[in-house]
Write a protein that binds this ligand. Sequence first.
Ligand code: 5GP
Ligand code: ZN
Length: 112
Amino acid sequence: MDCLFCKIAAGEIPSNKVYEDAEILAFHDIAPQAPVHVLVIPKEHIPSVDGVNAENADLVAHIFTKIPKIAASLGLTGGYRVISNCGDDAGQTVKHLHFHILGGKPLSLTMA
Ligand code: 5GP
Ligand code: ZN
């Protein structure tokens, strides 16, 4: 499958990693929209939030148990935003489930 984030998860394309375990990976966004902008992905290919189901819900829950730890490791003591764009109207450009962690300054009510 020709999926950018599957290739990043497999290490075929390099990324600036901030967290990794057997199931998920977090790495800095290549085009940061805030002082801190990290993406958290499952290593398994899930196309978007629309692909979350009973079979992979534990994996998504695992991501959400790690997000606060990743945010803390990034020094986001003032808070942060978690975003997942789902589909074309939301501006999803990479069709592999990912959660943006944005922070490092007071954020406006747009994406960053
Ligand atoms: P989306 O627009 O799908 O919600 O988010 C995709 C994100 O992936 C964008 O913020 C974009 O900057 C980031 N991105 C695209 N290609 C790469 C890449 O090769 N490496 C990294 N680290 N981020 C990427
Ligand atoms: Zn993928």
